[in-house]
Design a binder for this molecule. Structure first.
Ligand code: ADP
Length: 936
């Protein structure tokens, strides 16, 4: 990595090495430096403390002022014995009561007590050094850990150089005083980033000022040496200033901690501050109770000041711990418990000393030393121990974990609102999270039995972060698991293992049981079976689960039983409901489809269909029925079926129908029904009962076919046969008559009879031909498929030419006026020839004198053919029947003019076949004009 190759990365390493070097050096010096009996002397050489047990103790006295050492003036003499060894002597000149007195002092090996006194600050320095290095190595380098490292190294250097300042080279004293100035701003600087960066207004300016002051005031020590600075007339003020500066900076750091505590939103930050405050208490309390208090009460500290000083190393320890806390989870528990005990013992000592001091004053001296008083004190302390320990543990827990729980409200906290949880995983999650939080447990795993009976609902609390796996990761347990807990109940890890050593366990259970993470098992029992299990990790403080804890857990487990059963019930019900809903939906869809099918069938059938109830009241009808009857469905629904059949002619039938319905039979027959507009129509009706699945008759279904047309056709057919047989009878009778005459009549008139017979035969043949033609046309034998373009002019011309002899005989003027550019028409040539023939032949036959004029002309997208005569004309009474078969004009039928009454009927059929039109006008005695229009 490029970054790691940069040179400044090794600065901390060099710094730490230098500090270590200085500490080792100062240690060696402390062990080997010759001792002269002087313990403390001031900057002016004033001796303030002497080792009273040394061999030379009576030579030097408190209050003596050192003037020179081995003839070197005091100012330049420090360190006094840089080149001396133990056993040598030194010459002192001291000032005592205004006199200069020369003294010779034998240098001794340093006494053990002194070495110890000097090594203690060194140990503290080592602690700072180690913690600083530890934080930098375990915590990724950031500003906080860098600053803390600097602070630790500076403190270690401060302590080491302080130790060396009297006995080591002169610069160490300068370094000590310089660091004394620097350590304050460094502390403030560190607290600007610990526990989290504080964005203070003018933070930079403040730091510049503090560091500036420190460098300004501290660097003279480095440049000119301590002695030079202290020798100046300002020395007192400088000493006061450095104390003031240091105190001010420390107060500022504490202020920053409070500021951070009150301004942060993060519980982690508060936790760190709490731990630091706890560290402060831990480091100061022993000093106060074991040293300062007994010094005041007994006039002798239980712990010498130097040792009490050792406790100060707790402070950096807590800082270091707060910074790298989350990497030290395993040792956290021990730290927590250790902290509690230190606090408890310190407080007990304090109580003891205070009581001792009070009793000493109150109790007479001869009683005071008795065993009774001491026993009393011990008893008081013993009785205080347990509640104090409990309280302290909570206090420490709170400092470590933020809060402790009130046993009475814990149950409510855990179970509140739980009955509203609708799902098992959510229940498990909620219980897990609440139990872990309220009872201060590291982690928990909650198993719940699902609907099938397996313990498949597994939730872990606290929820593992994304990408992390919980320490409590277990697989689902099969149905018959955990049943042994029914008899055992809530149980600790070891006792459960002992109990189950003989029992056969499934592999999943075995894995669960062997887990080192689970400390406590709490079964949830309901209706004689284990419904769930709370597998709980260790308590955060490393404490065992207390009686109250177990009570709370039992109550929670008891409340969970019915909740789980309820959720099971609700889930099952919900499953049924969805199943039912699905089934209903499916059935509805099927019914809908069936209905649609039926409706499609009903609406597409040509027959009218209706459904009635048992009384014959119409329930539904189809479209065809609406069309047939002319009624809307809404008008018919609810009406009686017999309403439509109430005509006189139906009486017999309706009676039949009623009796059929009464006896639940089907009925079929023909009836006359009435349309909405009053017109009658013939129906073929079939009524059949409708049965349900049980075979019960629910109503009737009727289908009716409109047979009016068939009936009419039948009637026409009957009439036709009647007419044909009638019409045929006349020529046949005539033929019979003339055949008879031929046989028996006068021989001379045989030719005449024969001619008449022939005419009759022709007439008959023509009639038969016409009848056949007509019936062919009627049954649709001639199809439009045989159509082809026809030149009507040419066709008419041929027909007219064919009739020319006839017209000549009749003395008529037959003419044809073809239109020029007449378009061809689409039609059947033979049929059209027939039309022209019939019209022209009619005109000739019904015209006695005058002319018959045939013409064509194009118009209206087709062609008109006109046949105009000057004949007898047609009576207006005949107009409606002109085109009826066998119909002949009233006058004509009595005249001699022969005809069958089929000519115009055939014309009409053919013109209809060609989608054409016929028009005519006629006046009796003046003539008639027939026009036929045919499309192109
Ligand atoms: P038919 O001529 O054989 O009697 P048609 O069907 O050709 O039968 O004519 C029906 C009737 O129409 C005739 O009987 C006649 O009274 C009347 N009719 C047809 N054409 C003419 C016409 N050109 N002039 C007068 N009457 C006619």
């Amino acid at each position: 990595m490029l970054v790691s190759r940069r040179w400044w990365v090794s600065i901390p390493f060099i710094l730490a090495l230098a500090a270590l070097f200085l500490m080792v050096w100062s240690g060696i010096l402390a062990l080997t430096y010759p001792h002269d009996g002087i313990l403390t002397f001031g900057p002016t050489g004033l001796i303030s403390e002497l080792d009273s047990f040394g061999r030379e103790h009576n030579k030097l006295l408190d209050g003596d002022v050192i003037v020179s050492v081995n003839d070197v003036p005091f100012n330049e003499a420090v360190p006094f014995y840089a080149n001396k060894k133990i056993g040598e002597t030194v010459k002192f000149i001291i000032l005592r009561d205004g006199e200069r007195i020369p003294l010779t002092i034998l240098l001794m090996a340093p006494p053990r007590g002194l070495i110890l006194n000097e090594l203690v600050p060194l140990l503290v320095a080592l602690a700072f050094w180690g913690i600083g290095v530890g934080v930098l190595s375990f915590k990724p380098s950031d500003r906080t850990s860098n600053l803390f490292f600097l602070f630790c190294q500076a403190t270690a250097l401060l302590l080491a150089s302080g130790l060396m300042s009297g006995i080591g080279p002169r610069w160490t004293s300068g370094l000590f005083n310089f660091l004394l100035w620097l350590i304050g701003p460094l502390t403030v600087h560190f607290h600007l980033y610990f526990p989290e960066a504080i964005s203070l207004h003018r933070r930079r300016v403040m730091l510049y000022v503090l560091y500036g002051l420190a460098f300004l005031c501290g660097s003279p020590y480095l440049i000119w040496g301590t002695q030079a600075v202290l020798a100046s007339s300002w020395s007192d003020r400088i000493l006061a200033a450095v104390r003031l500066f240091l105190t001010g900076n420390l107060l500022l750091a504490v202020g920053l901690l409070f500021f951070a505590f009150s301004h942060t939103v993060s519980p982690g930050v508060r936790g760190k501050i709490r731990i630091v405050v706890l560290g402060g208490a831990l480091s100061l309390l022993p000093v106060i109770t074991l040293t300062i208090l007994p010094d005041a009460a007994l006039r002798q500290p239980i712990l010498p000041y130097t040792f009490a000083f050792l406790f100060l190393s707790i402070l950096p320890l807590t800082y270091g711990y707060a910074i790298i806390r989350h990497r030290l989870i395993e040792i956290e528990r021990h730290v927590n418990r250790g902290a509690t005990y230190i606090l408890v013992y310190a407080i007990l000592c304090g109580i003891y000393l205070v009581l001792y001091a009070i009793l000493e004053k109150l109790v007479p001296p001869h009683l005071f030393d008795s065993l009774l008083i001491n026993t009393l004190l011990v008893l008081i302390l013993a009785s205080v121990f347990s509640p104090l320990h409990q309280r302290m543990q909570r206090l420490v827990d709170k400092a470590f974990y933020g809060s402790w729980y009130d046993y009475r409200s814990a149950v409510t906290q855990i179970t509140q609102g739980m009955e509203q949880i609708p799902e098992l995983p959510q229940l498990a999650r909620t219980v897990g999270e609440r139990v872990v939080k309220t009872l201060q447990i590291e982690d928990a795993c909650i198993f719940l039995r699902d609907l099938e009976g397996d313990f498949s609902v597994i939730e872990v609390a606290p929820q593992p972060k994304v990408g992390e796996q919980s320490r409590l990761a277990f697989s689902a347990l099969p149905k018959n698991s955990l049943s042994y807990l029914l008899n055992i109940g809530a149980v600790g890890r070891t006792s459960l293992r002992k109990t189950l050593s003989e029992v056969m366990l499934s592999p999943e259970e075995r894995q669960l049981l062997d887990s080192e993470q689970v400390y406590q098992w709490v079964p949830v029992i309901g209706h004689g079976q284990v419904l769930g299990l709370l597998a709980l990790g260790a308590k955060l403080g490393g404490d065992i689960f207390s009686g109250e804890d177990m009570d709370i857990l039992r109550i929670v487990a008891r409340q969970m039983g019915p909740l789980i059963e309820n959720i099971h019930l609700v889930t099952r019900l919900r499953q049924y409901a969805t199943e039912l809903e699905q089934r209903v939906e499916q059935r509805t869809a099927e019914l809908h489809a069936a209905k649609e099918r039926v409706e499609a069938v009903l609406s597409s059938v040509g027959d009218g269909v209706f459904v009635t109830d048992l009384e014959g009241e119409i329930i539904t009808v189809n479209q065809a029925f609406e069309e047939q009857s002319g009624y809307q469905a809404v008008e018919m629904i609810g009406q009686s079926l017999f309403m439509m059949l109430d005509g006189q002619e139906n009486q017999e039938r309706t009676a039949e129908i009623r009796s059929a319905l009464a006896s639940k039979f089907s009925w079929s027959g023909e009836l006359m029904a009435h349309r909405k507009n009053g017109r009658e129509y013939d129906i073929q009706l079939t009524l059949a009962p409708v049965r349900n699945l049980l075979g019960e008759i629910m109503g009737y279904v009727g289908s009716q076919r409109d047979v009016t047309q068939y009936k009419e056709l039948e009637r026409l057919k009957d009439q036709f046969i009647l007419e044909v047989s009638h019409e045929l009878r006349t020529p046949v009778t005539n033929m019979g008559l003339f055949a008879e005459l031929l046989e028996r009549g006068r021989p001379d008139r045989k030719a005449e009879y024969l001619a008449t017979l022939k005419t009759e035969i022709n007439k008959l043949m023509k009639m038969i031909e016409d009848i056949l033609d007509l019936s062919r046309l009627e049954v649709g034998k001639y199809k439009r498929s045989s159509f082809s373009p026809v030149n009507l002019n040419l066709l008419t011309d041929q027909v007219v030419a064919a009739h020319a002899p006839l017209a000549q005989v009749a003395g008529l003027d037959l003419t044809f006026e073809p239109a020029a550019n007449l378009p061809k028409i689409n039609g059947d040539q033979n049929q059209l020839a027939r039309v022209i023939t019939n019209l022209v032949s009619n005109a000739i036959r019904y015209t006695m004198s005058g002319s018959v004029c045939v013409s064509t002309f194009p118009a209206d997208g087709g062609v008109w053919l006109e046949v105009k005569d000057t004949g007898i004309g047609i009576d207006a009474d005949d107009f409606p029947h002109l085109f009826d078969r066998f119909y002949r004009g009233r006058k004509v039928s009595q005249s001699k003019i022969q005809g069958s009454g089929l000519g115009l009927a055939i014309v009409k059929e053919i013109v209809d076949l060609h989608d054409g039109r016929i028009a005519w006008e006629s006046e009796v005695g003046k003539g008639s004009t027939f026009r036929v229009w045919l499309p192109e």
